[in-house]
Design a protein around this ligand. Sequence first.
Ligand SMILES: CC(C)(COP(=O)(O)OP(=O)(O)OC[C@H]1O[C@@H](n2cnc3c(N)ncnc32)[C@H](O)[C@@H]1OP(=O)(O)O)[C@@H](O)C(=O)NCCC(=O)NCCS
Length: 177
Amino acid sequence: MPKKKKFARESCVTMTELVLPNDTNTLNNLMGGKLMHWMDIVSAIAAQKHSNRIVVTASADNISFGQGIQLGNVVTLKAQVTRAFNSSMEVHIVVTAEDIPAGRKFESNRAFFTFVAVDQSGRPIEVPELVPETEEEQELYDSALRRRQLRLILGKRMLPQDAKELKSLFDLPSDKK
Ligand SMILES: CC(C)(COP(=O)(O)OP(=O)(O)OC[C@H]1O[C@@H](n2cnc3c(N)ncnc32)[C@H](O)[C@@H]1OP(=O)(O)O)[C@@H](O)C(=O)NCCC(=O)NCCS
């Protein structure tokens, strides 16, 4: 039977949070762990929307914190599935923070999380194919294969020599080696 197909946009989720005192460190900045918790939730919902299954977090790629998010800021997290593989899905999350009284808004973080759809016994189960429509969705879809290979190598689930897509990035014509 052919695999079911779903558009990337069908998985889009937006979550808005207000940074309250209990979410902050002693400098009144949002705690990194709290932000990661919200990122995990918003991206899990996106993966659920794509797969219509229970999902578990398999990995979270390099999250860096450039600029602190302050007490009272409004945080918006937007998540969308970039590509679906067999049972796993990569989700792209964009975080923006806004100081509404000051009229200031900035992008705080971007990250990729991977989720695996599982059955009631926790066994991985096949997910629908993802169809990108916009230019940005297509770019994220194409590059997802390289990111997948890199995280599987780092997770010791793939040998570097088997990562063909990733290898092609570094392959130079023999006269330039
Ligand atoms: C994620 C999990 C379901 C994978 O199960 P598994 O028995 O190793 O299954 P498989 O080897 O068949 O892999 C299943 C999928 O997971 C993906 N996967 C496994 N480990 C991964 C990792 N570290 N990063 C990204 N993807 C990973 C595989 O690539 C595979 O994807 P595919 O089906 O699209 O090709 C299992 O390890 C698990 O349940 N982990 C705990 C999840 C959890 O509790 N998370 C929340 C708290 S930390």
